[in-house]
Design a protein around this ligand. Structure first.
Ligand SMILES: NC(=O)c1ccc[n+]([C@@H]2O[C@H](COP(=O)([O-])OP(=O)(O)OC[C@H]3O[C@@H](n4cnc5c(N)ncnc54)[C@H](OP(=O)(O)O)[C@@H]3O)[C@@H](O)[C@H]2O)c1
Length: 249
């Protein structure tokens, strides 16, 4: 299903909502954070580098949007104990979670499987697939306390159709699609909805690394697509579950 990137929100559309975004310090994660905070949500900004998170926090606050919460965590090395601490913190501070956006990812290497670096394979699967599994597992209790909780997994065209040389990144996104589908079935009778979203082209570091010869001025800025995510987290969008969504270019 295609989601338009043009939406107009009423002031405070997401007031009283608490939404966690991974990789919120830069790229699409920061654009999503800005959009959600502008709509009045309290965003829990998860990222691996505190300095970079603080810089991003300043951008949100300087724009006059809802003050976010910073949560430094490296998704590659995070342990079940770290996720338990996160669950405890969220429940203690907010007593619920209304949204969980799995945005953080790494590209890994673009090369034949035959030559793929084994350590990089593990890192990519850890950050892009196993960390979202653990994060989701530990945050389900907080999501169940919301009247309308929405989980979104950032996917990719190479997570829906195979393309040579996209290696662990592609496999991790296929894994995310399968994980989201399984989870959506399990949570079908709850107030938590689970969907994947392919953002299409975004002018970020990941895109520049993947397509170094591309004229970046032809690629949409992340802030031009973030309103689609705000829409999907708001009651303006119909309740969907187990869908594969794509943001229009
Ligand atoms: N760009 C595109 O054209 C495109 C197309 C299709 C899908 N996507 C998907 O959209 C999402 C956002 O992509 P993007 O283009 O914004 O990527 P990006 O510019 O490379 O940003 C990736 C984000 O993930 C974070 N991250 C990486 N490893 C982490 C770790 N171990 N722990 C915590 N955070 C970590 C990065 O933090 P650091 O700053 O610390 O590295 C950064 O905030 C991804 O899921 C990507 O697969 C992007």
């Amino acid at each position: 299903m295609i989601v338009s990137r043009d939406h107009i929100f009423k002031e405070g559309e997401l007031k009283d909502k608490v939404i966690l975004v991974t990789g919120a310090n830069r790229g699409f994660g920061l654009a999503i954070t800005m959009g959600l905070s502008k709509a009045g949500a309290t965003v829990i900004m998860l990222g691996r580098d505190l300095g970079s998170l603080e810089h991003a926090y300043d951008a949100v606050v300087d724009a006059g949007y809802k003050e976010p919460i910073l949560y430094p965590l490296d998704l590659e090395g995070a342990t079940p104990e770290n996720y338990q601490d996160l669950q405890d913190n969220v429940l203690e501070k907010f007593d619920k979670l209304d949204g969980l956006i799995h945005n953080a990812a790494i590209l890994g290497a673009q090369m034949p499987i035959e030559q793929y670096d084994i350590k990089l394979w593990y890192s990519t699967l850890q950050i892009n697939l196993s960390a979202p599994f653990m994060l989701t597992q530990f945050l389900i209790p907080a999501l169940l306390k919301s009247d309308d909780a929405r989980i979104l997994f950032l996917s990719s065209s190479v997570g829906r159709e195979a393309r040579a040389y996209w290696g662990a990144y592609s496999v991790s996104k296929f894994g995310i699609e399968g994980f989201a589908k399984t989870l959506s079935e399990e949570l079908e009778k709850t107030k938590i909805s689970v969907n994947t979203v392919n953002p299409g082209k975004l002018r970020t570091e990941m895109r520049r690394t993947a397509y170094p010869a591309e004229d970046s001025s032809t690629v949409p800025l992340p802030e031009h697509k973030s309103s689609a995510i705000v829409y999907l987290l708001s009651s303006m969008s119909p309740k969907m579950n187990g869908e594969q969504l794509t943001i229009a270019d």
